[in-house]
Design a protein around this ligand. Structure first.
Ligand code: CU
Length: 78
């Protein structure tokens, strides 16, 4: 067990939250998930259709690239 290394790895993980108002069904969710998942650094994408929230985890995360990916899927991130 190497505690120091583990701590550094955990510190590199960040989570960003977006609200994507146009999502209304599983097709929308899949489209956003697919585009955002393809962004460098992204490890997981959680979509909540009810609250229109998209939680992106990974690191380092590029906010502009994630927003561009959401737009690429046909939606707009707030
Ligand atoms: Cu839809």
């Amino acid at each position: 067990m190497n505690r120091t290394r583990r701590t550094l790895e955990e510190a590199a993980v960040e989570c960003r939250q977006y609200v994507v108002a146009g999502m209304h069904c599983e097709h929308c969710e899949a489209a956003v998930r697919e585009e955002v998942s393809a962004v460098a650094g992204v490890e997981s994408v959680e979509v909540d259709l009810e609250t229109k929230r998209v939680d992106v985890t990974g690191g380092p995360l590029d906010d502009a690239a994630i927003r561009a990916a959401i737009e690429e899927a046909g939606y707009e991130a707030a």
